[in-house]
Every structure is written in C-alpha cells, then in structure tokens.
Design a protein around this ligand. Structure first.
Ligand SMILES: Nc1nc2c(ncn2[C@@H]2O[C@H](COP(=O)(O)OP(=O)(O)O)[C@@H](O)[C@H]2O)c(=O)[nH]1
Ligand SMILES: [Mg+2]
Length: 452
C-alpha cells in the first residue's frame, strides 16, 4: 500500500512539528510509530523506555552531545494515542530551536512525516473513519464558527452514523436481491416488490436531503463571494471600505479610478465573505479600463452575491444582465438631496444607504445574510455535508439506487438489480472509508497539513 506516493510501512516512526512554524512561546514535535520511544530515548536527557504511559517529564534535548533546549516530554503508549501507535510529544521552545529538535528526532531515526500522515495512521489503525479524519482538517481550516460547528459534528461521527444507518437498511434490501439471484423462481416469497421499492425510496429520500445540505455546507465551509457592480462613481469603492471598516480601495470623484479587481475578506455574522470591488461599467475606448470592465462582468457572474449599486442623485442603469436571485439593489448616497419616490426597480432585495455616513449599513448586512441563508442556516440538529467528495459519493450512490428502482419496476433480472445495489453501497462506503482506493486516500490526506 502507498501513502502520498511512497510505500506505507505500518508502524514506521515519523516525526513533525505539530504547531505552526515561526516565533512562538512553545512548539510541539510529535513522534509516532513503533520506535517513537527509542527515538525519544536517544535525544532526551533521561531514560524514556521505562516511563509510564500518559505521563509528563521535564528534561533536555541533546543533539551531538550539546544541550539544545529544555523541554517537556509526554508519552502515550499504543493503542491509547491519536494514531493508535506509541507516541511521544516534545514541547520545546518555538522558533528556530524547534527545527533543531525536529532535526534531532530525524537523526535519531524518525522519518519526516508527510502531510496528514498522523491522521492517516489514525484512520488505518481504526481510531477513526475517513469522514472523521477529514473533519479534523476541516476543523483546523475552519474560518468561521458555522464551519467549525459542522466540522465538530462530523468529527463526533454524526455523518458517519447517518451513513451507517443508510448502510444497514440498504444491506437488508441488498440481501433480498442476492437471494433472488440465488433462488429466482421463489422471488415473491422473500419480500413483496412494492415494499422493497418503498423502503429503498425512503433511504433515497434521506440521501437526497444530505446531498441538498451541501448547499449550506459549502457556504459555511468555503464562504461567500460578494461583488460590487455599477457605473463609475456610484460609490462601489466607498461601500467596500465601509463594509470592511478600513481604507482598502481608492475612492475618488474621478470616474474610472478602480480598474482592477480589489479583493478583501470580511467576517459577517459568523460567516466568511470575500468582497470584490470592480471597475465601474460604462462605454469606454480606453483599453485598460475596458479590460477592467470585462473582469467586473466576469467577477459578477462568478460571485455568489452581487451588490448592484445605483446613485440616488443620478440613477443610471448598467448594460449587464444581473441574475435577480443573487442580486441586492443598493441605492447609494441617500445623504444627498434626491428625488422621491425612487424609480421602481424589479428586485427582491433593495436597500437604501449612504456609504459615506454609514446609514443603512445594518439593513445591507441583513439583506446579505438573508440572501445567503435563503434556504435557512444549518440547524445544529441536522447533518450537513461540507465536502465535495462526500457530495459526489452520495450523488453516485443515489444514481445507482435510481437504477435499482427502475430495474425493479421493469422486472429486470435479479443480477442487474443486485449489481446496481452493490455499486450504490460501494459509493456510500467511500465516504467513511470502506472499500476505498489508494488514490482517494492520497487525495484526501495530501490536503492535510504536515504534523496533523
Ligand atoms: N455624498 C456621498 N458621496 C459618496 C457616497 N459614496 C461615495 N461617494 C462619493 O462618490 C465618489 C465616487 O466614489 P467611489 O467610491 O470612488 O465610486 P466608484 O467609482 O463606484 O468606486 C467619491 O467622491 C465619493 O466620496 C455617499 O454615500 N454619499
Ligand atoms: Mg471604485
């Protein structure tokens, strides 16, 4: 078996810095594998092999007979560790010295760990399933509380349990099909057709619900892009700065100031937003501005939400198709004298504000929030998937089950139905890591950080 394109040797001892590199009070070096204790023994100032599991010890790290750091050593013997193997953690000082301590471990016989290799060992050693291992990386990478909560749920096994419950119901149905294959002449004695179809469709309905939850999960996990679109001088850059609470984009009364896309991150109600300020859209023959406008249009198409700005003092529509379902019409500059009523515009979300004095900003944030969670924010009691890999596997499974239902209705031969059923179960299994190929494993774990 391979792991990240090198042979995987069970029990091989690996070491890595588990904390973020750079200047820091403490850094943690993690060593895991059959020789973790003997590696530590070679570099620690006190004997390690006799130490009891789950104990903490103060001592020094010795490299080439020189003391390089004062450290705390933790020992966790197999199988009571994260990886399920003997594990030693060395808590040393952060910065350059942590690299030296790691180097000492390598010289004492540990291999530098590949990305995600500790989690891979935990998975291979049965400490957690694949969905749970992936949840650890999602948890580390979470950029907002919603994503963090979802990752924690997944780590606790909520998704795995759900998949498990699908599997147990489906295996019962699959058993009926396998029996039909073996004893075709007795078909209806095992179970009535309609009942089988019915129970399969119940599971399919739940699979579909889980697939749909990806819409919410993706928002939480990846965040949302919001682009600001409109004619020159309507106040796009001013609104960008007002939302960010800092002077990010250049604001000027000269039309055509913003020519390239200006991007920045914003936290809004526990969510992660990427704001994109764009060049004002107008007819121009100036080639740099023209390119800017092309990029504006492209950005608006790609973004999840469009803030379409109009200036209340001179409403001027832009020549661009705006998908209504993701657009918020923003009337800007309401602090200036203007005609009332404002022209009637056909948009579901309309906000009036002044990017300059800040009035109406709360209403804009509320509009963004309700557009994002049009289908409701994820509830804590629902299982939500956040990974495209899981979604693809569920869709694959669903398609197989559709074929099964179709086959049953058309009274196809039991072999075909049983085959599709097995394929569907196989796809479901890849989510938690049963019958998984090495390619999938490599692609999952290579997204991890080193030391995790
Ligand atoms: N009075 C007033 N002026 C604004 C407001 N927002 C923007 N402006 C002014 O409008 C001009 C163009 O603003 P800017 O943000 O550069 O517009 P952009 O071209 O759409 O990015 C600047 O002089 C801003 O100070 C507003 O809410 N009220
Ligand atoms: Mg601008």
């Amino acid at each position: 078996m391979e792991f990240v394109h090198r042979p995987y040797i069970p029990g091989e001892t690996i070491a890595a810095l588990a904390t973020a590199p750079g200047e820091a009070g403490i850094a943690i070096i993690r060593i895991s594998g059959n020789n973790a204790v003997s590696v530590a023994e070679k570099i620690f100032s006190k004997p390690v092999s006799k130490l009891k599991s789950h104990t903490v010890h103060y001592g020094k790290i010795i490299l080439k007979s020189l003391c390089i750091d004062d450290v705390i050593l933790l020992i966790m013997r197999a199988p009571r560790s994260f990886t399920g193997e003997d594990t030693v953690e060395i808590h040393c000082h952060g910065g350059l010295v942590s690299k030296q301590v790691l180097e000492a471990c390598i010289q004492a016989g540990a291999k530098p760990a590949s990305p995600g290799e500790f989690s891979f060992k935990a998975f291979i050693n049965g400490k957690m399933d694949l969905a749970q291992a992936e949840a650890i990386q999602s948890k580390i990478a979470a950029r907002n509380e919603v994503a963090l909560n979802l990752a924690q749920d997944q780590l606790e096994g909520r998704l795995s349990k759900k998949i498990g419950s699908f599997q147990s119901k489906l295996i019962d149905i699959a058993a009926i099909f396998e029996a039909w294959v073996d004893f075709p002449e007795e078909d209806l004695e095992f179970a009535p057709f309609d009942e089988v179809i019915d129970s399969l469709q119940q599971v399919m309905c739940e699979v579909k619900k889980l697939i749909t939850s990806f819409e919410q999960g993706k928002i939480a996990h990846d965040g949302v892009t919001v682009s600001l679109i409109g004619s020159p001088n309507v106040g796009k850059s001013s609104l960008m700065n007002a939302l960010l609470g800092k002077d990010r984009a250049i604001v000027s009364p000269i039309a055509g100031t913003t020519r390239d896309l200006v991007e920045d991150d914003l936290r809004l109600n526990n969510l992660h937003l990427r704001l994109v300020d764009t060049a004002g859209i107008r007819d121009t023959s100036e080639c740099i501005e023209e390119e800017g406008i092309r990029r504006s249009k492209q950005a608006s198409m790609k973004s999840d939400i469009i803030l379409y700005l109009l200036d209340v003092t001179s409403p001027e529509l832009v020549d661009i198709d705006l998908p209504k379902e993701k657009t918020i019409l923003v009337w800007n500059k309401i602090d200036l004298p203007h005609e009332r009523p404002l022209p009637n515009m056909d948009f579901d979300y309309i906000v009036e504000l002044s990017a300059q004095n800040g009035s109406g900003m709360t209403q804009l944030q509320e509009a963004i929030d309700s557009l994002i969670w049009k289908k409701g924010a994820p509830r804590r009691d629902e299982v939500v998937i956040t990974s495209l890999r899981h979604k693809d596997a569920l869709v694959e499974a669903y398609v197989s089950f559709e074929r099964v239902v179709d086959g049953l209705k058309r009274r196809e031969s039991a072999e075909f139905v049983a085959f599709d059923m097995r394929a569907g179960l196989q796809s479901l299994g890849t989510i938690i890591g049963s019958n998984i190929t090495e390619d999938i494993l490599t692609s999952v774990f290579s997204k991890f950080c080193i030391g995790k």
